[in-house]
Design a protein around this ligand. Structure first.
Ligand SMILES: [Fe+2]
Length: 268
């Protein structure tokens, strides 16, 4: 096995490995360290079922489970149990509107038409590092409310709801998180504000908070902080869901795409 830098934004590309085989412990340690450091692992030419995907992912934390089994989900244009719909998805970390968003995520494509949209990633550790010191100091003590709209499930617009009540949890699940998270295991600070799900800052009034929010976005979604990943059959991506946000651009034509998703609930 060997690894090379994938992109200046994030990630390593992993070569000469077959994820159907159990990896040597030294290789696992190297990949754990690479994920901690670069937040993204990129594999190609893998032919794996959900069991192999889950087994490999389990080297990086606790698998998200359902009824005692690894939870296997699909981002799919054809399956009725699709979790994401066909449209544009704004940048987000998965389930940051819950109190414990998943630590990590993996996607493995099963079907792709040649025009299937990419997955984009933005590095939130870099976004934090780029902030002017005065902004870092200002946001460090802040918390932000993150919201999802269960009434539409369309991740195409930001959900800004300043008047959420506990009884709104069912239709508008929401959770409050520090604006700056410290990653599990490494303690590296990351900006935890997204264009899709961050509604407002608890400690600021609506106007001041919105001005700060818009300012923060300008440090995140810059061309040199974004990866546009074009899928090929055989790829497997594993990433830190707290350190990288992901998104999907709008497609202009009908497309086929089916990705198998397995996630890590926590890092240990
Ligand atoms: Fe997502």
């Amino acid at each position: 096995m060997r690894t090379t830098e994938f992109s200046g934004v994030a990630g390593v590309e992993v070569h000469d490995v077959d994820l159907n085989m159990e990896l040597a412990s030294g290789d696992i340690t190297e990949l754990q360290s690479a994920l901690l450091r670069t937040h993204l692992l990129v594999f190609h030419e893998q032919d794996i079922d959900s069991i192999a995907q889950a087994r490999f992912l389990s080297h990086f934390g606790q698998l998200k489970k359902q009824n005692g089994e690894p939870m296997v989900e699909y981002v799919s244009t054809s399956r009725p149990d699709d979790i994401a719909g066909p449209g544009r998805l704004l940048f987000h970390s998965d389930a940051c509107f819950t109190t414990t968003p998943p630590y990590g995520s993996s996607l493995y494509p099963l079907k792709l038409s040649s025009n299937a949209p990419a997955t984009m990633f933005a590095n939130m550790e870099t976004a934090f590092m780029r902030l002017p010191d005065a902004v870092k100091t200002r946001i460090m003590p802040l918390t932000a409310v993150n919201v999802f709209d269960e009434t539409s499930r369309a991740e195409q617009y930001r959900i800004r709801k300043l008047d959420l009540r506990p009884e709104d949890q069912k239709l508008f699940p929401h959770a409050t998180h520090p604006a700056v998270l410290h990653l599990p295991l490494s303690s590296s600070p990351v900006l935890f504000v997204s264009e899709h799900q961050t509604s407002h800052f608890v400690e600021l009034d609506a106007e001041d908070g919105e001005e700060l929010y818009q300012d923060l976005l300008s440090y995140i979604y810059t061309e040199d902080n974004i990866i546009v990943y074009e899928w090929q059959i055989g790829d497997l991506l594993v990433w830190n869901n707290l350190a990288l946000q992901h998104a999907r651009p709008a497609a202009t034509d009908a497309f086929t795409r089916e990705l198998r998703r397995i996630q890590l609930s926590s890092a240990s």
